[in-house]
Design a protein around this ligand. Structure first.
Ligand code: TRH
Length: 398
């Protein structure tokens, strides 16, 4: 896409842990380049994570192009060749000091954005787009908060994402080909396909056992990492591990566990689109699961102060607002069981065992599928984050 303004954007990301920070940073960099024609450079202090999401990246090289985005290695001791017109710092990662000094030295000061973590909490609206003058330098940073309401910066959503999703979900051939390429065979028509991307503490084994109660075949597709490790005890991967015939002559109840390698980022979207229930985590897979339009269970990134329970409750109250109460209760109790919510001292309310809340959840799957389908239709009425960010930079900060 042409770069009518010739504007240069630098996006900075430091890898704290896991994949999400880079997952989000790559998405925004690609979208700014592909959909808004910006000349984008993505600065990373560690390229190995991006190489997991995009195997064509060579993590040993200091500079390379990925699609139209320049990928550059960020070192703290470095003399920036030039400073961009717009600087996006993701998740408060602090660009190198030498770069910030160079920003201050520019005649026309760059516009400086701090792209924050996603939260559904109410306070986000009041913090979105707030300026923060630098105490030492003639620079002002603006905080840009993703979110679920019109008074936030919106959610990452590529322009063609939902059209690609619909095309894939409509096309039985494409989905069968996807499964064959992933696990060597297509699932039985009535199989419940469940994808698992979780943190180490999630009760994955309890879920695998609970799936035996499901009145039909279950496919558990475990992404490389915590989930596969937890399922290692279940016999040989990619084989029926929990077969049980239903003596009443009903459907056979076999749970098959498939452990799959880490997928290229866009292919992971297809997995979410192809499954019936998606267990996701962190931030980026959490948002992708919502766009997939399928029921999902969020393994939230735990914080020592327990603030993640407030964050989860804030999202649940938005997500289940239009859901019939008993269905909303089933969603909340499965999420709490999956995140091992401790007994609530004030209410003394304890979280039901995973098996119980899973059974209550799958018993309502038709209603939850309809709700999961409607949710992204609501979210898409909001302008996407990249679009709002460009507008904010080019108009509000001009
Ligand atoms: O990896 P995460 O746990 O990252 C999280 C988030 O960044 C969170 O904000 C931060 O607080 C925490 O780390 C420290 O989960 P997340 O955000 O879902 O990112 C995973 C990325 O990996 C996402 O872009 C999807 C991608 N992915 C693939 O590309 N292929 C795969 O096979 C899988 C399972 C994931």
């Amino acid at each position: 896409m042409e770069n009518p303004t010739g504007e240069r954007w630098d996006v900075f990301c430091r890898v704290v842990d896991n994949f999400g920070d880079v997952g989000v940073s790559w998405r925004i960099a690609r979208q700014l380049s592909r959909e808004h024609g910006k000349a984008v450079r993505l600065w990373l202090d560690d390229l190995t994570v991006l190489a997991k999401l995009r195997p064509e990246v060579d993590p040993t090289r200091d500079g390379q192009k990925l699609e139209e985005v320049e990928i550059a290695r960020m070192r703290d001791q470095f003399q920036p060749a030039e400073v961009a017109d717009v600087v996006v710092e993701t998740f408060g990662c602090d660009p190198p000091e030498s770069y910030v000094l160079a920003m201050a030295g520019r005649a026309e000061k760059p516009r400086w954005i701090n792209l924050e973590y996603l939260s559904a909490e109410d306070w986000v609206e009041g913090s979105h787009a707030l300026p923060s003058p630098n105490p030492r330098l003639p620079l002002t940073k603006h905080y840009f908060f993703p979110g679920f309401t019109s008074r936030t910066g919106g959610l990452l959503r590529e322009q063609d994402l939902l059209a690609r999703r619909d095309e894939f979900q409509r096309d039985t051939g494409a989905r069968a080909a996807f499964w064959r390429s992933l696990v060597g065979k297509a699932p039985p028509e009535n199989a419940l396909k469940v994808s698992l991307f979780s943190y180490t503490d999630a009760p994955v084994e309890s879920l695998a056992h609970a799936c035996r109660q499901y009145p039909g075949p279950v496919w558990l597709i475990a992404a490389e990492g915590a989930a596969t490790a937890a399922l290692r005890g279940f016999g040989r991967p990619n084989h029926d591990v929990l077969r049980r015939n239903n003596h009443s002559g009903g459907a056979r109840r076999d749970v098959q566990v498939f452990t799959i390698p880490f997928l290229e980022q866009d292919r992971y979207d297809q997995l979410l689109w192809a499954c019936d229930v998606n267990f996701v985590r962190g931030e980026d897979s959490f948002v992708r699961a919502q766009w997939a339009g399928r029921p999902f269970v969020w393994n939230i990134y735990p914080t020592d102060d327990g603030a993640h329970w407030i964050k989860m409750a804030a999202f649940l109250s938005r997500y289940t607002a239009n859901l019939e109460r008993s269905h909303a209760g089933a969603v909340a109790s499965l999420w709490e069981a999956w995140n091992r919510r401790p007994i609530d001292d004030s209410s003394g309310r304890s979280t039901p065992p995973l098996a119980e809340s899973w059974a209550a959840y799958v018993a309502r799957l038709d209603a939850l599928k309809a709700h999961a389908r409607a949710w992204p239709e609501r979210l898409r009425t909001q302008r996407d984050l990249a679009d709002q960010l460009v507008d904010f930079v080019e108009n509000a900060l001009k």
